[in-house]
Design a protein around this ligand. Structure first.
Ligand SMILES: [Zn+2]
Length: 371
């Protein structure tokens, strides 16, 4: 994976390259960002650049033996660690590495759900246990095959058991020269604070609508540009969500948000509870995506209400919805709803119980919509 393959993020990419060229590579880094934001490709591009034997000013060369190996996720100094199912005889990442490679090469924006699917639907918990920690320790003792850097990539370190995390902590406390721990996480709340404090944090925001649109069109050249635009806006900056929307997925976020808001307006309790149940099982990243979409929808409604409808990028049902919202909301209720959604988003990041949160939010929405 090269930086060139990553849409957007030019400032961040330039900074990463600059740091490597200046010889400023912290021994432990954590790339943190929401689902569908492309943190894994970013980490892989960074590792590829670090390992490249002919680093160019703005990207890895893409043709040296090191780049070729890294592109196949088969570089001997790029050690891959990720959550696995513990089973008889398969307790380390190396036992699963060919499946993981296939999954990442198929979809570099891999999330936990896709990774599960790549493992053929075993319904066990994905985790990293003491055996993985021992595997990482073993890696630390190895000499770099190619005499340069050794990169220990840990995807979703939040899935590490406490015992494993404590072992990792020991390694982080005694950094080895030219060894980089590169962690890639959606969820810093589940990491040990002691690990966080020894790690340089690179916070990556959700993709811009433009970047999602660009990525969609690059991947699906037959997609109608208008649809790409509309899907990108609705995805809340989550490329996986956008792809699910294009492919029909499990229902557009827009419809879910609209129908839920309507249920809140009339406060039909059984219906609202149904939405809370559906919300509960969505998974946290999609829950946050829904809330982010909600903030976007409310802003669009406000623009309609203020007669600035030309600034709203929506069409069809979604456009009608924004006009309905524009008629319904005044400045105060818009601000109130936006604040409630922001609060909900922050609570989700701090691991609130989604069902309770969603029920509370539904009652607050009812009050605010009815003014
Ligand atoms: Zn190269």
């Amino acid at each position: 994976m090269r930086f060139a393959a990553i849409a957007d993020r030019s400032a961040l990419k330039a900074k990463m390259i600059h740091n490597i060229r200046e010889g400023r590579v912290p021994h432990a880094q954590l790339i943190l960002g929401p689902r569908g934001s492309g943190i894994l490709p970013l980490a892989l591009a960074y590792a590829t650049y670090l390992l490249c034997r002919d680093q160019q000013a703005s990207d890895s060369c893409g043709v040296c033996p090191s780049c070729l190996q890294a592109a196949k996720l088969a570089h001997p100094d790029l050690h891959l660690h990720f959550p696995i199912y513990l089973s008889e005889g398969r307790r380390t990442c190396s036992a699963y590495v060919s499946e993981w490679r296939t999954a990442v090469l198929r979809e570099p924006f891999l999330d936990e759900q896709l990774w599960r699917e790549g493992l053929q639907g075993e319904n066990k918990q994905l985790r990293m246990g003491v055996d993985v920690a021992a595997e990482i320790n073993h890696t630390l003792g190895l000499r770099a095959h190619q005499g340069g850097w050794k990169v220990i990539l840990i995807w979703l370190p939040e899935r590490m058991d406490a015992v494993a995390a404590n072992k990792l902590l020991k390694s982080l406390e005694e950094p080895e020269p030219r060894t980089l721990f590169l962690m890639v996480s959606h969820d810093a709340e589940h990491l040990l604070p002691t690990i966080l404090s020894r790690t340089q944090l690179i916070k990556v925001p959700a993709l811009s609508h433009e970047a999602v649109e660009q990525e969609l069109l690059a991947r699906l050249p037959d997609l109608d540009p208008k649809e790409a635009r509309s899907v990108a806006v609705r995805s809340g900056g989550d490329l996986l969500e956008a792809l699910a929307l294009v492919h029909g997925g499990d229902g557009p976020v827009f419809e879910l948000f609209r129908d839920w808001l309507r249920a809140c307006y009339s406060l039909k309790v059984p219906e609202t509870q149904g939405y809370a149940d559906a919300f509960h099982v969505m998974g946290r990243e999609r829950q946050k995506g829904l809330i982010r979409y909600g903030m976007h929808a409310v802003r669009s409604g406000m623009l309609q209400g203020e007669g600035a409808g030309q600034l709203v990028h929506a069409e069809g049902e979604e456009l009608r919805f924004s006009m309905d919202l524009g008629r319904l909301l005044d400045t105060e209720s818009t601000r109130g709803i936006h604040q409630e959604l922001e609060k909900a988003h922050a609570h989700l990041e701090r691991n609130a119980n989604p069902k309770v949160l969603f029920m509370d939010l539904s009652y607050r929405m009812h009050e605010l919509l009815r003014g």
